[in-house]
Design a protein around this ligand. Structure first.
Ligand code: ATR
Length: 279
């Protein structure tokens, strides 16, 4: 029987997930579909509680339903528990609804593919921003054994709220001390929306940063953000944000369709073309 999965959320029209999973389904010649299912907020709790009735084997969850979906799951993985939010759901053999948060794994998969060996060179990571993406990345860095994860945010209290949960490894730091912190960072990750098309650039003087420190951005439109360009120009290795989007999709596909898919150049180019972003 055709196995059906979907992106669920509200709205879902902008999601690139159907393109990504559609590519893998075709590539592996599988009898499956990946659809868009708009779940109105008023019906979200019922939808996820009664997920088995949807006819789907599993789904991705996007805004604004990641928290409600997590609350409706019977079992959550470590990342979803830590974040109180799930982006990947599936029914197990006993009909239980399982939930995972794969954003952090997507971040790690991207660095592993594009900066092999990075973790052995990373004692101190600096995460800029304190939204949902920052949370996933801090979880990921802590779970990989990075010794110190510093979180800087315009609104310090938001960074403190969740850095405390990953203490003593994670620690909130004031944006005012960034120059000093950059000087002892091995990895810098921008998780804010600054640098995205239509947004101002992240205004950060990189001069104190060691030239071998890795710089990454979760923004992927444009693919080379002003931060990545500035880092590249002074000789720092960089990893763009598109790989995180692609790698976070891998665990769901494997659960639903039974094949672990590859993030390859053809997929990258397909998504870049759809985004209208130059590669
Ligand atoms: P997401 O869940 O996708 O990570 P978010 O919750 O909207 O997105 O978080 C956006 C992040 O970008 C926040 O850390 C935000 O800082 P605040 O917590 O102070 O709002 C940061 N951000 C957005 N615009 C910013 C700006 N102009 N200057 C500095 N930080 C900014």
């Amino acid at each position: 029987m055709t196995r059906r999965a979907a992106i669920t959320g509200y709205p879902v029209a902008h999601s690139r997930s159907p393109l990504i999973h559609g590519y893998w389904l075709k590539r592996h010649g599988l009898d499956g579909t990946y659809e868009r299912v708009a779940v109105e907020p008023a019906t979200a709790e019922t939808f996820y509680r009664e997920f088995a009735k949807s006819g789907l084997v599993g789904c991705n969850v996007t805004v604004p339903h990641k928290e409600v979906a997590a609350a409706c799951c019977d079992v959550l993985d470590d990342a979803a528990q830590a974040m109180g939010a799930a982006n990947t759901l599936w029914l197990d053999d006993n009909g239980r609804l399982m939930g995972a948060n794969t954003d952090g794994l997507g971040f790690l998969g991207n660095l592993d593919q594009n900066a092999p060996g990075w973790v052995g060179r990373c004692d101190t990571a600096l995460v800029l921003g304190a939204g949902g993406a920052a949370r996933a990345i801090v979880w990921a860095l802590v779970s990989r054994g990075v010794k110190k994860v510093l979180v800087a945010n315009r609104t310090l209290s938001k960074a403190q709220d969740f850095a405390d949960r990953f203490a003593p490894v994670a620690k909130a730091v004031s944006w005012d001390y960034l120059a000093d912190i950059l000087g002892r960072s091995d990895l810098v990750v921008n998780t804010t929306s600054l640098g995205m098309e239509g947004q101002p650039p992240l205004d950060l003087d990189l001069s104190p940063l060691p030239v071998d420190a890795l710089v990454s951005d979760i923004v992927y439109a444009p693919l080379v953000t002003p931060l990545l360009q500035a880092a590249h120009d002074r000789g720092n290795p960089t990893v763009d944000g598109l790989g995180m989007l692609l790698h976070q999709a891998v665990p769901g596909f494997e659960r639903w369709f039974g094949v672990r898919p590859e993030v390859d150049e053809a997929l990258r180019n397909l998504v870049l073309a759809d985004l209208g972003v130059a590669s």
